[in-house]
Design a protein around this ligand. Sequence first.
Ligand code: NAD
Length: 324
Amino acid sequence: MGYEDVKFPKGSKFLVTGSAGFIGSNLVEAILRLGYQVRGLDDFSTGKKDNVEEFLDDSNYEFIEGDIRNFETCMRACNGVDYVLNQAAWGSVPRSIKMPQFYEEVNIKGTLNMMEAARQNGVKKFVYASSSSVYGDDPNLPKIEGREGSVLSPYSLTKKVNEEYGRLYSKLYGLDTYGLRYFNVYGRRQNPDGSYAAVIPKFIKQLLDNEQPTINGDGKQSRDFTYIENVIEANLKACEAPSKSAGEAYNIACGGREFLIDIYKHLSNTLGKDIQPNFGPNRIGDIKHSNADISKAGEMLGYEPDWNFERGIQAAIEWYKENL
Ligand code: NAD
């Protein structure tokens, strides 16, 4: 269980793209703690300088400021690297509906650049962030790999295309790729600010600031909220996975289901706040329920998440109370 026991050859080097972001910076921190070398790559478009600067004193760490839309930058970043953890992308379903061409450029072209640079540099494993949103309008629960519906937003389409390229790069070029379909990740360093922020950090910050949060829809939507530690485990286990597990995409979740309104109540109670939420319209492109079957990642990657929702949300609340 967990990832403290994963072992890579001494001196192994990881490239984390999107390293100034929420998931990327947590990956950097975990890999440095395990004693391996890390190169980060980020253009600071949605990430924060603070998330990069806190590691600069570590001699195992280096950082390249650059854009994955630039192939030369991707080549430079992949030089001498054993494992790539590709997290750089623009998130948010509603924002992608407003700017589809930009999402195509960053999320599709950028990821293709990274895969090609990884291939040309002889990288051992290419692990990349996909998303639960590839399930689109499939109404079935739990979500299971191989039973996807039609995507509902440009963002989801970009992740679907990434997975197709991932499959092709394994099949045609022998690059071991692993797509990780993250389900609503939350935890330390996730950005609480702005209209596209994820609900958990946003609600915590608003409650701490005594503001009235808005729940989109009736609050009865459910999600398989996944604590960041589980996502770190999945990335590291994918780097250790055999080649026979490559070319595939995997649900990375907790395997549970939380209703938004219950999360809101839990956060208000834990933070000692008595603020009634405002209810707004449903968001276009959103689905009502989501919950993952995680058995494929268990069997093929050895993924065994050991942070359940109760444990994860407690740790997240503690972190925001200390750091906001
Ligand atoms: P984030 O916005 O915090 O991090 C993304 C990082 O990528 C940022 O630091 C940003 O500056 C960087 N970036 C964006 N465009 C870039 C470019 N062209 N070149 C270089 N760097 C660039 O988001 P996150 O939540 O950490 O998400 C990481 C990955 O996980 C993304 O691919 C996202 O789509 C995926 N994902 C996240 C979730 C979630 O719940 N957080 C769920 C599903 C999938």
